[in-house]
Design a protein around this ligand. Structure first.
Ligand SMILES: [Zn+2]
Length: 153
């Protein structure tokens, strides 16, 4: 899973792709939600291809029409994703948390480029004055030496 520039990961979990996915694409993998996309990667199980992860779904959040929890009378609930190009169903832990997170990511949209950034933080350093033991002048503690007589503070 490679993130684009300016993209950050919001959530990821082990998931099993089911439902409308083609037979060859069904199976376990990792579901990723970023600030820009919903991605599902699975290990390629075809012979001779090793275990390199294969991207089975890479949808921009704009392509996500809706997300829902599909209740199941037997077994546990599923995460149903309605894309412009299909309706994959994921068996993932806590589907309601995923629907909430995906909806929130969609609302937030891609982060503004060029940085409508945070206000810069100004840290004011506090300078402590100390009185020299030898000549009585005030000196900055951080300087370590008296500016008048040179004695160490
Ligand atoms: Zn001094």
């Amino acid at each position: 899973m490679l993130l684009h520039s300016g993209e950050t990961l919001r959530r990821s979990a082990y998931a099993v792709l089911e439902g409308d996915a083609p037979e060859s694409a069904r199976g376990p993998g990792i579901l990723y939600l970023t600030t820009q996309r919903l991605v599902f990667e699975a290990a390629d199980r075809r012979i001779g291809r090793g275990r390199a992860p294969v991207t089975l779904m890479d949808a921009a959040l704009a392509q996500v029409r809706n997300v829902a929890v599909r209740r199941s009378r037997i077994g546990h609930d599923r995460l149903l994703v309605e894309l412009t190009m299909g309706r994959p169903v994921f068996d993932v832990l806590d589907p309601p948390a995923w629907t909430t997170a995906i909806a929130a990511a969609k609302r937030a949209g891609p982060p503004a480029s060029g940085g409508a950034a945070l206000a810069p933080t100004v840290i004011e350093r506090q300078v402590v004055k100390v009185r020299c033991r030898y000549c009585g002048s005030l000196a900055n503690e951080v300087d370590g030496r008296c500016p008048r007589c040179g004695a160490s503070l």
